[in-house]
Design a protein around this ligand. Sequence first.
Ligand code: AN7
Length: 348
Amino acid sequence: MRMKGILSRYKTLLPINPGTPLVSLGEGETPLIPLKTLGEELGLRLFAKYEGTNPTGSFKDRGMVLAVAKALEAGAKGLVCASTGNTSASAAAYAARSGLPCTVLLPKGKVASGKLAQALIHGARVVSIRGNFDEALELALALSREMGLAVVNSVNRYRLWGQRSVAWEMVDELGRSPDAVVLPVGNAGNITAGWAGFVQYRRAGKADSVPAMIGVQAEGAAPLALGKPCPAPETVATAIRIGRPVNGKKASWAVRMSGGKFLAVSDEEILGAQRRLAADEGVFAEPASCAGIAGLLRYAGQGLIPRGSTVVAILTGNGLKDPDTAAAGAGAPLEIDAEVGVLREALS
Ligand code: AN7
């Protein structure tokens, strides 16, 4: 059987040596889906890189698999992370896979139900912090120092290195770099990693250009779009409810070098983009994931991207991660007695 996953597929592009275990749950190789309806409306050749098909349902698996492999290689006793949800789900799964204990610190009441269920069922020690993500991350860093645990947040360089693979897959499939990539930004790890991936591919002669990296934040949690920290972040897109992005400096550099931009969109625009993706394209992504599309819907016509450009929107997480938000916005089903006449009537 062919070994699947990021580590085997991109061995030569990653910091892998004979002592690195090739951990895998079959991450990567996510679909690049043409978005015909939205693309025509926006005058773009538009694709979604749908990261929801990763093993735990988000892009985090690309970097987590490498971070966990390197933790095993270094003989780590366990893993720790703070998370708005997806990192904890991914860490918990790869820890279970590798036989490592895992502690996850989550902002109380602000983690989507699917993600919380994942962290719990994979057997992580789940601690609910009465505070926001930024506070939970400080605790995770302190705990790692005291207990000698490997931190698997995006302060871990291997996380970002593995996440470069999303860029490599785009170029491999399109046969070239897109003109622009739009994606949601929280801790600003993914936008930094994506940019680094394109740069690494260009150096290796596998791509001739680096796309404009366009990072989109929620208005209530937009430290990079506004250029100042956000002490009390708030947004329906809980995945990106982050006020002090740990990779902010690196990401600002990456965005500037690429000719890109940081933007902010409202929660209404995020939920509107989520509905349009689901109803017009058949693609169900979690709210945060839809910030990039919301950014295009608001700014594409204002000279953000030349018409006809090839644009990839990274949809970072599966819609099933946060069923409550989706259901709350989508209306209730019809309920009827089990009779065909009543059914015909109800549907007419
Ligand atoms: C769906 O899980 O920070 O800008 O702790 O879950 O690289 O932080 C999640 C972030 C975008 C932002 N989309 O990525 C966590 C966490 C989804 C996410 C982001 C996250 P970064």
